[in-house]
Design a protein around this ligand. Structure first.
Ligand SMILES: [Ca+2]
Ligand SMILES: [Ca+2]
Length: 369
């Protein structure tokens, strides 16, 4: 027969466990609710560690970082606790700091907002096999999300929102929504991204020498002087697909660019066989598609209402089924009201439902989802 004392003790333990750890935690699971614990959990994580961050806003005073690898079978996980809302703010960091830096492989990072960074918000340097799911990088002092360095391979960036980034020191010249720059490595994928209202470009692949794949992405409103900067220098390309002498066959599928001040899609001096299919460029300041020197393969793309014209293509470009090609008609948009593109994402993290720039066509342009 159990004693009263043992029953009471067991009840007390159960009650404490219920209050602090609603889910049974494995030894490798760490639940954090203070910035000190968050900092240490990231610093001390090893393969298999799961870090769950309780809801709230965290103000680290030094860059959160790790150089410890997970493995493909036992990654390191950093995520919000349950469905709680977690924001990590850079306002207590020294000037010039990033909020989060990984020089590591096989981390899965999800459901976190990185905001108000003094410099770039998130930088993954020479990372292999990382996944980033439902991340926000917003209102920082340089590019929102960056992959960089040689040995950057097989990383997946899924359903990221990156907006409002502006580098005041360079008058907006550098802050992109997503930067995959200065490096190499294959198998990197950006999917479901929404990059907008950044001072420089939406997505920038400057000086990255291996092919990057982009799909189901929206890039809009980049390059506008939203900061009353009298020497504003943002470029405002939706998709800047090269630069610095690299010749590389990046791929963009089923994505859209609108209301950027520069070109919707541009080679940016990349002479490679860039592949662009089923995309839409609408109301960008310069060309819808600028591929003057590359050997790009442009297929089934739709350009409407861009300031300089639909396409600027050189003699090496292969162009087929686009609305500037002979015999191809331009379908009507169901809507040109972009309001719904700012809506919250679906519960699964996909882009919000919209009829903006949809046409119902099964043969040309982005499907906007
Ligand atoms: Ca620039
Ligand atoms: Ca840029």
């Amino acid at each position: 027969m159990r004693s009263i004392r043992n029953v009471l003790a067991a009840s007390a333990v159960a009650a404490v466990g219920l209050a602090l750890l609603p889910a049974p935690a494995s030894a490798a699971t760490v639940v954090v609710s203070t910035v000190t614990d968050l900092t240490n959990a990231i610093k001390n994580a090893t393969a298999g560690t799961v870090i769950q961050v309780r809801g709230g806003t965290y103000y680290p005073t030094a860059t959160l970082q790790s150089t410890v690898n997970g493995t493909s079978g036992s990654p390191i996980t950093l995520t919000a606790y349950g469905s709680e809302s977690v924001k990590i703010s850079g306002t207590s960091l020294p000037s010039g700091s990033w909020i989060f830096k990984l020089t590591a492989d096989y981390w899965n990072v999800s459901n976190l907002t990185f905001q108000n960074s003094p410099d770039s918000a998130v930088v993954c340097q020479s990372c292999i096999g990382t996944t980033w799911n439902n991340i926000k990088t917003i209102n920082g002092g340089d590019s929102g999300f960056t992959l960089t360095g040689d040995g950057t391979s097989n990383n997946t960036v899924k359903n990221i929102d990156s907006y409002g980034n502006y580098d005041a020191a360079e008058h907006g010249e550098n802050a992109d929504g997503i930067a995959v720059k200065f490096g190499s490595g294959t198998g990197n994928l950006i999917t479901g991204a929404r990059v907008y209202n950044n001072s420089d470009d939406g997505i920038d692949l400057w000086s990255f020498s291996s092919p990057v794949t982009i799909e189901h992405t929206w890039s809009f409103g980049n390059g506008k002087n939203r900061w009353s900067d009298s020497a504003f220098a943002g470029d405002g390309n939706g998709y800047k697909l090269g630069g610095d002498g690299e010749t590389v066959a990046h791929v963009v599928n089923n994505s859209a660019a609108w209301d950027n001040t520069g070109n919707g899609f541009t080679e940016n001096s990349n002479k490679g066989a860039i592949v662009i299919n089923r995309t839409t460029a609408y109301a960008n300041g310069n060309w819808g598609y600028y591929f003057a020197t590359s050997a790009a393969k442009l297929g089934k793309n739709l350009a409407v209402g861009n300031g300089s014209g639909l396409v600027n293509k050189g003699s090496s470009v292969v162009s087929s089924g686009n609305n500037w090609d002979s015999g191809i008609s331009t379908p009507s948009f169901v809507s040109t009201d972009a309001t719904t593109t700012y809506n919250a994402r679906s519960s699964s993290g996909t882009l919000p439902a919209t009829t903006f720039l949809t046409t119902g066509s099964s043969t040309i342009g982005a499907t906007m989802n």
